[in-house]
Design a protein around this ligand. Sequence first.
Ligand code: DON
Length: 570
Amino acid sequence: MGGLIATLTTIVTVGCDAPTRQLAPLETGDRGMVVSADPLASEAGVEMLRKGGNAIDAAVATTFAISVVEPFSAGIGGGGFLLAGFPDPAREDYQIQALDFRERAPKAASRDMYLDENGEVIERASLDGHLAAGVPGTVAGLFTVHKYYGQLPWETVVAPAIQLAETGFPVSEYFVRSLERRRDVITANPAARAIFTRDGQMYEPGEILIQADLADTLKTIAADPRSFYTGEIATAIAADMAENGGLITLADLEAYTPIWRNPLCGNFRQFQICAMPPPSSGGVHLLQILNLIEPYDLKSWGRQDPDTLHLLAESMRIAYADRAEYLGDPDFVAVPVRSLVSGGYADIRRSQIDRERATPSDEIPPAARDILNRHIWESPETSHLTVVDGDRNVVSLTFTVNGGFGAGVVAAGTGILLNNEMDDFSVAPGVPNLYGLVGGEANAIAPRKTPLSSMTPAIVTEGDRLIMAAGSPGGSTIITTVLQTVLNVLEFDMTVAEAVSEPRIHHQWLPDRLLVDSTTPPATVEALRRRGHEIVKRDGWGNVNAIVVTPDGQLQGAADPRRDGAAVGF
Ligand code: DON
């Protein structure tokens, strides 16, 4: 039985001039495993397994706990996606369910709501303050999945989060840095300022943060989760919105429903990969890129070989070009999912890849590239957690408030930090969002529509055998991060610890740049540059939390060494 992982990490030298990279510790367990972005949240999940709960109970407890200890990344004021898998030995299969509990646009939202009278984008209107928030889905999502599949009482799975909010927890360095980046908007909102600062002063790492209002709100949710949508919490959110120029009404909250969707599954080699369908773009493009690279023996080339990285980059470029054009909420626009993930389409697109040279993205219809170049990928918020229990039920869940500390505003009296998910819509055709992603008609704003996401919780199976589950934050980089983590295990035979630690690349069509982890060997970076890639080096992005089941049935988990997460085995 594993304990809480020490923060100790192994340093691996990868070349004389490149910075060193860290290798995540490998945690093992047989009866269960929780990997999340925070040790306290992972412990909350394992506590449920110890009490006899299943993977759903553990995932719900972990998600609530993350909402308390990582308010900058995800919470009950946001939304997300859950993929759950249940082994079905009779059919030699896994039953996979997908729940969409993402934010929806309020009824009063409109296509041009972030444009001024001249049609110009109002700077940061979709990012800061009440107008940036979509109707939150986390509480409804957790309650729904728990109602269907949970075993422990609802109050039991909410309890650890209440405790964390009430007695507090030491804030991390990352928490403080994230707060610093959002200082202006948070200090401008009295409710957020009262909670996340000491009368305007920033917290220091290690100081204890108590969230009394949030504790009360969570107690109300424990007693009656519907209160978030129809009761006193809903009333408080709607009142705060009305007072501050936000759009979310009581009617919007009452109308909110999570949606069970058919998971999007495809094959790679002998494996079945399942991920979220639209309104996430994650599943479509994960499968699309796997299709593009499938014929090649990447393993014989090597994970960090320039041939491998170039092929991956060019495949990513194609996928993200399609994302900008075709992806949106399937309840509002027709998304050609089947075509995009079909083998025939991959064959056509693969033939357009030059194996020696980077094809400039403007040879694929461009979208307002001048403004794109002003935007760079921002810091990774959002939170992913992966849980497997003794019966090998699995949950892969990614949720978010979008940017750091969401919209930077708290609904007064509730302690609930609100999301700025509206920025995931295309505020105008070709105008990039926080992550530099562009879109058009398919992802235009409409009342009650769901903004397009990149979140990619994934589950990999082979018949009735669970192979792995993983996911990550990182905005636009989520899809390529999950892709490479999956490939590291399936194609490159890495352990889960190696898989989450391995340097990554990212290309998203526009801006036309290849993001390269700064620990990538200089010779490899040079080789990619010679092929025509404009290289941007970054110190590492994403925060993968993954579990792999070894051929002898053992659970192995690892949290991304780039951040503060922990795998806890049971
Ligand atoms: O749904 C999405 O794709 C984004 N709202 C996720 C945001 C995220 O990962 C934040 N980190 N950079």
